[in-house]
Design a protein around this ligand. Structure first.
Ligand code: PLP
Length: 449
């Protein structure tokens, strides 16, 4: 539609008066009033249009307003908008079948939740009941969600304010060669030492106290660190040796984001539990879940699972999932994301890194990439300090502002920008985004020592 600044001002005013926003100091934020969105773009009421390199919060894997998914939600709303979880309902049955057919190995039973956080909460509960053990291991530099267990598993500063110290979570270092905790200089060294560190953590904590190891297959918000070859297979082997449940969190990495249906496929590993959300239905209606192995499902074959949700497998959300999965198959979106990573985003970002001193490292696969921005390429000092706010975060704020000025909405976290567009973004759109990044990186370069 035509620009309508007055309407935008009203939307903004009501937001400022009444909406309490996530993760924010309420009076220090300035949310953009959004008028509409389609495909890889959204626009405001003043006539500004942005190419979305964030996919929302990395969930619009088929872009905004995909007509087939919108139609499926409308059709389901007309037929059976809602129904209680204890019944067998077509959309729920079909979504579970389509998901189970795509998850690796014997992850064939699906417990539906409203999002990723709840999926993690339930995966941990299942693991604790399955093993009879209390503790859970997770990585520093991770994000697993925002309620009590999930936020305590999370390995970033958002945990600190909610850290109960009593959640039974122990953190360890996962591999990250660029900022190695192990003084490693090669991927093979990093992998071997990270596995040694994990195993000694288990030995010292007491294997018989550990229910689960929870890892993002490829850590997302924390920086898209690709696990070195052999690492996840090594974790699988350690879990098997100690009777620990292996949980892979694919809330962000799943459903085509990495150029496979699930990122676990890149590494040939099958976890005992796999959590998903976001891309499962492109975030059109809230949905998440846990894919459950035969062994864990068997624990609850004749013993009730003590957990549930009013909206578990909500028909609207499940209809959106069915349509999203069908669209991804029909339009070859998973293969498109893989090709985009290999031929456009990977080469394009590496080319930017070669020309911009502020880019310390490029990492990723598919439609899932991170640029690590640095003040000094030699020392790898981050462009802004860990968890910087205000003045200290100035260089990243300047970088983000430059992106927006060039019509690109960037994903920014600490000293990184992530390139996580819809998995079906066209090659031309992706190149348009890379050009805007190019200009914004020149702003970041000004802060390089
Ligand atoms: N796990 C991972 C890997 C995530 O990236 C997120 C959200 O960003 C979550 C869990 C939490 O999901 P939600 O915000 O849907 O509760």
């Amino acid at each position: 539609g035509a620009p309508d600044p007055e309407a935008g001002a009203a939307v903004k005013a009501a937001d400022r008066a009444h909406v309490f926003h996530s993760w924010s100091a309420q009076e220090l934020i300035d949310p953009l009033a959004v008028a509409g969105a389609e495909g890889s773009y959204f626009w405001d009421y003043d006539g500004n249009r942005y190419l979305d390199f964030t996919s929302g919060l990395v969930f619009t894997n088929v872009g905004y307003q995909h007509p087939a998914v919108v139609a499926a939600v409308q059709e389901q709303a007309g037929r059976l908008t809602t129904f209680a979880p204890a019944f067998a309902v077509e959309a729920r049955s079909e979504a579970a079948r389509l998901i189970a057919e795509r998850t690796p190995g014997d992850l064939d039973k699906i417990f539906f939740t409203n999002g990723g956080t709840e999926a993690i909460e339930h995966a941990v509960r299942m693991a604790r009941l399955h093993t009879g053990r209390p503790k859970v291991l997770s990585a520093y530099r991770s994000y697993h969600g925002a309620t009590s267990t999930a936020i305590n598993l999370t390995g970033d500063p958002r945990r600190w304010a909610s850290d109960s110290g009593a959640a039974g979570v122990v953190h360890f270092h996962a591999p990250f060669l660029y900022r190695s905790a192990f003084y490693a200089t090669t991927e093979a060294e990093e992998c071997a030492r990270a596995l040694e560190h994990l195993e000694s953590t288990i030995t010292l904590e007491g294997p018989a106290t550990i229910a689960a190891i929870v890892l993002e297959t490829i850590p997302g918000t924390a920086g898209i660190m690709m696990p070195p070859p052999g690492y996840l297979a090594g974790v699988r082997e350690i879990c098997d040796r100690y009777g620990i449940v292996f949980v892979l969190d694919e809330v962000m990495a799943g459903f085509g984001r990495t150029g496979k249906w699930f990122a676990a496929e890149h590494f040939g590993v099958v976890p005992d539990l796999l959590t998903f959300a976001k891309g499962v239905n492109s975030g059109y209606v809230p949905l998440g879940g846990v894919a459950i192995s035969a062994a864990v499902a068997d624990t609850f074959a004749t013993r009730p699972y003590p957990g549930g949700l009013t909206y578990s497998g909500h028909p609207l959300a499940c209809a959106a999932a069915v349509a999203t999965i069908e669209v991804m198959e029909r339009e070859g979106i998973v293969e498109h994301a893989a090709r985009l990573g290999e031929t456009v985003l990977g080469p394009g970002l590496r080319e930017l890194a070669a020309r911009h001193a502020s880019v310390g490292e490029v990492r990723g696969t598919g439609a899932f990439w991170a640029l690590e921005l640095v003040r000094d390429p030699a020392t790898r000092e981050p462009l802004v300090p860990y968890n910087a706010t205000g003045e200290a975060n100035g260089p990243m704020a300047a970088f983000a502002a430059a992106c927006k000025k060039n019509g690109l909405w960037p994903f920014v976290n600490m000293n990184r920008t992530h390139v996580v567009p819809p998995c079906n973004i066209s090659e031309a759109e992706a190149k348009e985004g890379l050009a805007a990044l190019d200009a914004a990186l020149s702003v970041a370069d000004e802060y390089v020592a």
